[in-house]
Design a protein around this ligand. Sequence first.
Ligand code: HEM
Ligand SMILES: *[C@@H]1O[C@H](CO)[C@@H](O)[C@H](O)[C@H]1NC(C)=O
Ligand SMILES: *[C@@H]1O[C@H](CO)[C@@H](O)[C@H](O)[C@H]1NC(C)=O
Ligand SMILES: *[C@@H]1O[C@H](CO)[C@@H](O)[C@H](O)[C@H]1NC(C)=O
Ligand SMILES: *[C@@H]1O[C@H](CO)[C@@H](O)[C@H](O)[C@H]1NC(C)=O
Length: 358
Amino acid sequence: MASSSAAAASIVSLLLLSSSLLILSEAETSAPIVNGLSWTFYKKSCPKVESIIRKQLKKVFKKDIGQAAGLLRLHFHDCFVQGCDGSVLLDGSTSGPGEQEAIPNLTLRKEAFDIIDDLRLRVHKECGRVVSCSDIVALAARDSVFLSGGPDYEVPLGRRDGLTFATEQATLDNLVPPTANTTFILNRLATKNLDKTDAVALSGGHTIGISHCTSFTERLYPTVDPTMDKTFAKNLKESCPTIDSNNTVFQDIRSPNAFDNKYYVDLMNRQGLFTSDQDLYTDKRTRDIVTSFAVDEKLFFEQFALSMIKMGQLSVLTGNQGEIRANCSVRNTDNKKFLASVVDEEVSEEGWSAELRK
Ligand code: HEM
Ligand SMILES: *[C@@H]1O[C@H](CO)[C@@H](O)[C@H](O)[C@H]1NC(C)=O
Ligand SMILES: *[C@@H]1O[C@H](CO)[C@@H](O)[C@H](O)[C@H]1NC(C)=O
Ligand SMILES: *[C@@H]1O[C@H](CO)[C@@H](O)[C@H](O)[C@H]1NC(C)=O
Ligand SMILES: *[C@@H]1O[C@H](CO)[C@@H](O)[C@H](O)[C@H]1NC(C)=O
């Protein structure tokens, strides 16, 4: 993208200036927490997990802030389909194609998967195989929000990684298509105990990142959706000259790489990209929530953090369920050879970290 270096420069200044820094403690978010997860899960077993992830992601985003959007979306897809169990990360196994190949998953960024497994490697080198891939995805999503200018918040930890990935049908049945109206969104989110405020807040994730033309060109061709601003439509047609154009556009035209409340300002100006976005402002049930977030960024940030903590606990595996994967893209049972080498590494951990301290 032509403007990516300018965008990278603006995020760096955002990180340095961060005047509207909002850091929410678990008490401030007062989010309920499910059995088996804890705010201090790795306090003894891997006290540095959060600092390792944040430090590495700062480096990654300095090169390409777009990766933050990819990581945020990955957590959403993981949680909505069979719970936040890291199943979205699994490669096709002996039992069939992986979740990554399901249609709505095709536009997940390939780099996001590599970034997660690289974080896993760094964390496991420090602490051994104690931190799950699903927890790493949740923490990476949080850091993506914060390092793009959004709120910082605590993430309940202790998720375990799933042994199976969802079928393509389950993926379609659980995610929301961009053509969905508000009724569809509210009904689907209700099946996950997420209410209309959660729906509007979580959709605010579209304040960063990109979309492929094919995710919204049905609103441009053959005729322009009447709920879309005419100038906005004209510009989108330039970026996406045909219904099947392979190009991408920014989701939030006002501040494409900053995590802020401008997405809601876009909606109020009929510049939402998807029907699922714009209809939140058209529909009377959610319109006032959109307006309230557009005029009060702090309100949006607080609600987004709460809704993310809720979403991040959907159908989690805890305790002895699932496993802690030794490689985020393969379940351990398919991975005996690799596991054996991790065990060797753990055995020699002491000597190895002594080596590092020299
Ligand atoms: C209400 C239901 C939602 C729908 C219908 C939806 C749909 C989509 C679609 C179609 C794309 C573009 C994919 C492409 O063509 O490349 C996208 C991108 C994205 N979505 Fe959503 N989404 C929803 C909810 C969420 C939630 C809850 C989050 C996170 C909190 C989220 C975060 C993102 C991000 C960050 C991107 C940009 C990804 C990138 O730049 O790689 N979305 N979404
Ligand atoms: C799509 O991604 C979700 C998120 O993890 C995953 O649970 C699901 O299995 C994937 N679906 C397909 C068919 O790949
Ligand atoms: C919303 O979409 C559903 C199909 O998903 C459709 O049956 C319904 O009529 C739509 N509602 C409105 C108000 O357009
Ligand atoms: C989009 O890319 C695919 C695969 O690279 C190609 O087959 C297709 O013709 C392209 N479509 C357009 C409209 O350029
Ligand atoms: C993890 O597994 C994938 C798929 O088998 C493999 O390509 C990759 O190299 C493995 N990662 C590591 C760090 O060994």
